[in-house]
Design a protein around this ligand. Structure first.
Ligand SMILES: [Zn+2]
Length: 260
């Protein structure tokens, strides 16, 4: 783990993660906030790693759907909702081959509310939840790269707040899985970066993501590149690339593997 005095960005095994508080130099020693030790260092440095037993249920959530089209490709206006559904449908059989029982929160172009996606996860007794998205910084065409989100631990400020108040002391259902959320996010983020050589925009913490807050299981949201960036949009629109993303996700979620 590499940390920098005064910066919340830290590097863990070559990937960017975000601390809640910037490390400080106190009496000549690098000091980290106790919550960062507990919520960010412990889950990564200490056993046990996240291990997936076989025959468990995984919920895959293709972002958006129906009237909620998500973002759009800068190249041809193609909708995020169609690309996330395609990626989820490629991922499902691959995960099934690995022994997961897979449920998608939508299997067609329907607009499923965020609370319904969480309720669906409970109904199907999901052991894990992964929401798939593609990003946009339109009209900025330069921004590119991978972002992986999980819920902010109680007591820490988020990396990204948008217009959300970000109440630090909220203890949300998914906060029961703070260590597993980070382990899952880091594992998926690392695998995708290695497979695609996308720019690393980091594992990020947020409270505004409605599909994560109420989850009763480890849950993450992956922003698999920018549809507002012409180069990345071209890749994302290539079915072979989406297949590669699906294969990478399935490999990273292999049951029994104890890799941190
Ligand atoms: Zn989205």
């Amino acid at each position: 783990m590499e940390v920098e005095i005064g910066s919340r960005e830290a590097v863990w095994n070559g990937i960017l993660i975000n601390l809640g508080f910037a490390p400080q130099l106190i009496d000549g020693e690098v000091s980290l906030h106790a919550l960062d030790l507990e919520k960010n260092l412990d889950p990564l440095l200490c056993e046990p790693p996240l291990v997936f037993p076989t025959n468990q249920v995984i919920i895959i959530d293709p972002g958006h759907g129906g009237h909620n089209v998500g973002t759009q490709s800068v190249l041809d206006g193609r909708f995020e909702k169609d690309l996330t559904l395609d990626l989820a449908q490629r991922l499902k059989p691959l995960l099934e081959e690995e022994g997961w029982n897979v449920y998608l929160t939508r299997i067609d172009d329907s607009d499923v509310s965020l609370p319904d996606r969480v309720a669906f996860s409970d109904e199907h007794k999901g052991a894990l939840f992964i929401s798939l998205h593609f990003n946009s910084a339109a009209p900025d065409e330069n921004q590119a790269g991978l972002e992986t989100y999980c819920l902010t631990p109680t007591g820490e400020p988020s990396t990204v707040t948008r217009n959300y108040a970000d109440p630090l002391n909220d203890n949300l259902p998914d906060n029961a899985f703070d260590p597993e959320n980070l382990q899952l996010a880091v594992r998926i983020h690392t695998a995708l970066l290695h497979a695609t050589a996308m720019e690393d925009r980091g594992v990020r913490r947020a409270r505004f993501i409605g599909v994560l807050r109420g989850q009763n299981r480890p849950a993450i949201l992956v922003e698999d590149g920018y549809l507002s960036n012409p180069e990345e949009a071209k890749k994302i629109e290539d079915p072979e690339y989406r297949q590669k993303l699906a294969e990478t996700l399935a490999a990273a979620l292999k049951p029994g593997s104890g890799v941190k």
